[in-house]
Design a protein around this ligand. Structure first.
Ligand code: UD1
Length: 418
């Protein structure tokens, strides 16, 4: 089992960059099977989750080539429409392949997806949307069989603006006859990136970034090349890590607009933020101030930033109140922070952090991807050596995190089998 060993107490200072977005890459890789041809993708982060997604595509019959940072997917000869159960269990976003398979072959079989354990993560909204589009769904021994004679356009009203259900609805409707309208759609930037990719391929999708998305069915799609957007959660993670250590950094290859709710909160803590086109300069104050955060669907404060931001607030002066509105079990990492001395009380979806305490080094264990990043942040500030175990979760979603942090002056290494 791999661990991170961090020697804390060093300011993060200097220049860094943001990799391609995980949450944009995964649905775009899934959508690449729609054209039955060749897709060239640039800026896909080399992380476990994208590798798994490509592995699923290979199992379905796609040919995949990696060519100096470029991924080429040839989806002409897909022979299967069952998503392999083991891979489905490892990664929740594999469910997005279902929408693409339904659009192209009018059928898909898959089991309930797995992924990070951050609360119950049902797929009822995805299945309801498929049914609206004329898909017949049968469940048998834990497997879901989707089948349709013809995908028909529909009006889909989502009960909640789920990111995954919005993406699956768009993909499944790509070849439907007529116009599909998705209401109460998620507005996340990753959905805008998916729309751009699909339209570059010849699809007719409009409205991404608002809560009404329209998909005008097309007959066929063409080969495509596309560059994935920067990862706004990785950007936020690096900025919070720098702020917690009292440092100063220049972060490039970022879309500052996507980070507006996070930057606004960082300013409230006393950080100086300067935006220059696709770069952000952050300068931490001598002492961070406590702030309250409430996670909301975009453009609210992202749930994916809740853990890292909360870990940073453990070092801020005063009391912060954190409300998690999206996933009910997204505070698990806090019990690990408490082992390092953090003063946190949790009641339901609310956590109260009494900040300003010195945390001490300890051996802690990652409970999920972003919670794992929160523990690294704590280790970067705490005096002495912190060991973060179970880092498989973190490697799922951050590209070269140790190298990027070391380049900023941290001391962090990956140890095998400790
Ligand atoms: C995506 C992101 C994840 C992020 C989340 C919320 C990817 C690969 N993952 O996950 O990093 O934390 O958005 O911003 O893009 N829900 C239902 N029924 C459903 C689907 C969702 O009740 O059928 C609920 C979930 O339990 C959760 C809420 O809706 O409470 C939001 O989930 P959703 O937006 O679907 O998250 P994901 O797409 O899984």
């Amino acid at each position: 089992m791999k661990s991170y060993i961090i020697e804390g107490g060093r300011k993060l200072e200097g220049e860094s960059y943001v990799s391609g977005s995980k949450n944009a890459s995964l649905p775009i890789i899934a959508a690449s099977i729609l054209n039955g041809g060749v897709t060239k993708l640039y800026n896909v982060p080399n992380i476990h989750d994208t590798q798994k997604m490509l592995e699923i595509l290979k199992k379905l019959g796609c040919k995949i080539k990696h060519n100096s940072g470029k991924i080429i997917i040839d989806s002409k000869n897909i022979k299967r429409w069952e998503i392999p159960e083991d891979l489905m269990r490892q990664m929740r976003s594999s469910v997005i392949i279902a929408g693409a398979l339904i659009a192209r072959f009018q059928k898909a079989t898959f089991s309930y997806p797995g992924g990070c354990d951050i609360g119950s993560r049902p797929i009822d909204l995805h299945l309801k949307a498929f049914e609206k589009l004329g898909v017949n769904i049968e469940e048998e021994a834990g497997f879901i069989h989707c089948q349709s004679d013809k995908i028909t356009s529909a009006e889909i009203q989502l009960d909640f603006p789920s990111v995954g259900a919005t993406e699956n609805s768009i993909l499944a409707a790509i070849f439907a006859d007529g116009e599909t309208v998705i209401k109460n759609a998620a507005m996340e930037p990753e959905i805008v990136d998916l729309q751009k990719f699909l339209n570059r391929m010849g699809a007719k999708v409009t409205g991404a970034g608002t809560n009404i998305i329209k998909v005008q069915g097309v007959k066929r799609l063409k080969d495509v090349s596309y560059k994935i957007m920067p990862d706004r959660i990785e950007a936020g993670t690096l900025l919070c890590m720098c702020a917690a250590t009292g440092g100063k950094m220049f972060l490039k290859d970022v879309k500052p607009d996507h980070l507006a709710p996070v930057l606004h909160k960082l300013e409230e803590t006393g950080c100086k933020i300067e935006i220059k086109d696709t770069s952000i300069i952050l300068e931490a104050p001598k002492k961070l101030k406590a702030v309250d955060i409430k996670t909301m669907p975009y453009p609210g404060f992202p749930t994916d930033m809740q853990s890292v931001f909360s870990a940073m607030l453990c070092f801020a002066k005063g009391t912060s109140i954190i409300t998690e509105n999206i996933f009910e079990s997204r505070f698990k990492y806090m019990s690990e922070l408490k082992r390092m001395g953090a003063k946190i009380t949790i009641e339901g979806r609310t956590a109260v952090i009494k900040g300003g305490k010195r945390l001490s080094n300890a051996t802690v264990s990652a409970t999920d991807l972003r919670g794992g990043a929160a523990l690294i942040l704590a280790g970067l500030v705490a005096r002495g050596k912190t060991k973060v175990e179970n880092i498989g979760y973190i490697l799922r979603g951050y590209e070269n995190l140790d190298q990027k942090l070391n380049d900023l002056g941290a001391k962090i290494v990956i140890k095998e089998g400790e």
